[in-house]
Design a protein around this ligand. Structure first.
Ligand SMILES: CC(C)(COP(=O)(O)OP(=O)(O)OC[C@H]1O[C@@H](n2cnc3c(N)ncnc32)[C@H](O)[C@@H]1OP(=O)(O)O)[C@@H](O)C(=O)NCCC(=O)NCCS
Length: 192
């Protein structure tokens, strides 16, 4: 979990980031494949989608929520506070990866959020190499999660990221609604 901390990304200058509207939503749905049917429901509940374009081609997308949103990898609800947003389900089309699309997408979403008065963005990842994009994008680790499903139960461990300001850790705990520790709950996967 991390927050926006200002700064600029150096990559992806050829990538144009624009909010998705009813005209471009079908392109997102197509890019989302088997999850494409979720686009309408997400937008209907107030989630916003941003597309990254390389010329005329959709290169990737990411979602932004300022209302409670399910974190599928953890089976937890994140509730952004006033002035906060949550960036999730970022994706770059397979043939356009490692060209700075994610970096540009995060920079574009962050600029838009800042212009609209948001002061903090949360983002999460589960040990993926693209974590490396988060630091250069201005995100600071706040909480570290470990999680897996065992025999129908979701096991989660939560701890603060090393060296992080306690106020930021506390804000992250408030957002995800769980303290430090280990938890075991019945697993309830959701399509969202
Ligand atoms: C994760 C994902 C969005 C990365 O998109 P991308 O446009 O290729 O990422 P970028 O080109 O902006 O990469 C930014 C940095 O992240 C790191 N990175 C991204 N993909 C990586 C990989 N496969 N292996 C190692 N490092 C990687 C690198 O440090 C990279 O910078 P570099 O290319 O200058 O070394 C893309 O691989 C994807 O859609 N994966 C499937 C969905 C997913 O895992 N989404 C979670 C995102 S929160």
């Amino acid at each position: 979990m991390a927050r926006s901390a200002g700064g600029a990304t150096q990559a992806g200058s050829a990538v144009d980031v624009r909010e998705v509207d009813s005209t471009t939503a079908p392109l997102i749905a197509e890019a989302m494949g088997a999850e494409g049917d979720l686009v309408g429901a997400r937008m209907a509940r107030g989630c916003r989608c941003f597309g990254a374009w390389l010329g005329d081609e959709l290169a990737g997308y990411g979602w932004l929520s300022t209302r409670p949103e399910w974190i599928g990898e953890l089976e937890l609800v994140i509730t952004p506070r006033d002035g906060e947003g949550y960036v999730w389900n970022c994706f770059t089309l397979a043939h356009l990866r490692r060209r700075g699309v994610l970096l540009a997408l995060l920079a574009g979403i962050r600029k838009r959020a800042h212009d609209e008065g948001l002061s903090r963005l949360w983002i999460g990842s589960v040990a993926i190499p693209a974590d490396k994009a988060f630091g250069p994008s201005g995100f600071i680790p706040a909480l570290v999660f470990a999680s897996e499903v065992i025999a129908g139960y979701r096991w989660i461990e939560v701890r603060p990221a090393a060296g992080t300001n306690p106020a930021l850790v506390n804000a992250a705990h408030l957002a995800v609604g769980v303290p430090d520790g280990r938890f075991l709950r019945t697993s309830h996967p959701k399509r969202h």
